[in-house]
Design a protein around this ligand. Structure first.
Ligand code: MG
Length: 248
């Protein structure tokens, strides 16, 4: 970090003046930091920040591929993309470490007759491993660490901020990737903050390892930056307006 040393500040650090000899303004300058100067970006109300990578803007799946390799086969219509049930999940072609991720999603209004985990299930996987659960959790009881806004099977959301099926909802996710030591064991676990419809539902939660349906999570293997993936869980969940900002 570079401190732009003011004349007064340099003097104060080298040979501090008696406090009485400095004005309040001079004393305040000692602790001013002028560098680094934050990059200027645009943050419009109705569009992604200017330094974001747009992963889905409403028309193209170019930033995505099938998790099994090959092109993403989800359905693009009306400015959104929708799970193509049975085609499998999709992931970004690019890999990411620490990110701010914005995702809008909509659970289908036609999953009536389905309950619990079978209603509007999908998921946002950070680094293809750590799932922020997507589920229709509007008047739909299920295990709390598996409802919308949970870190699946790890952390219960702080509140249920779900909107009714058919309505668009948002996740804003701040993710810190795990770090691994030279022995490939985890040195610093992943951490995540999640806002669901603008409401904090995960506050710097520590992720215990890769998401698993059965058993305890663990950091079974070291990994580098990795794609963001979206789950095909046999429900017509749609996504739109997906963008990411790299934080590292
Ligand atoms: Mg899921």
């Amino acid at each position: 970090m570079i401190l732009r040393m003011t004349a007064i500040g340099a003097l104060a650090l080298a040979a501090p003046l008696h406090a009485q000899e400095m004005t309040d303004a001079q004393r305040s300058e000692v602790t001013e930091l002028w560098e680094p100067v934050p990059e200027v970006i645009e943050a419009p109300a109705d569009a992604p920040p200017s330094d974001a990578i747009v992963l889905f803007g409403g028309e193209s799946l170019d930033a995505w591929e099938s998790v099994d390799g090959g092109p993403a086969e989800w359905i693009v219509e009306d400015g959104a993309m929708r799970v193509n049930r049975g085609s499998g999940g999709i992931r970004t072609t690019e890999s990411f470490c620490d990110v701010q991720l914005h995702v809008e999603w909509r659970s289908p209004p036609n999953d009536e007759g389905h309950e619990g985990q079978d209603r509007g299930n999908s998921g946002v996987f950070l680094q293809e491993r750590y799932e922020v659960q997507v589920l229709d959790s509007y008047e739909n009881p299920t295990y709390a660490n598996g409802q919308a806004g949970s870190i699946y099977k790890q952390h219960i959301p702080l509140v249920n901020a779900s909107r009714a099926p058919g309505e668009w909802q948002s996740y804003d996710i701040i993710f810190t990737a795990p770090e691994f030591g030279s022995d490939d064991r985890v040195a610093a676990p992943a951490r995540v903050t999640v806002l669901h419809n603008g409401v904090v539902v995960q506050n710097d939660a520590e992720i215990q390892g890769g998401t698993v349906w059965i058993g305890a999570p663990s950091y079974a293997e070291a990994h580098d930056c990795a794609p963001i993936s979206l789950q095909d869980h046999d429900s017509d969940v749609a996504y739109r307006n997906i963008w990411v900002r790299e934080l590292n």
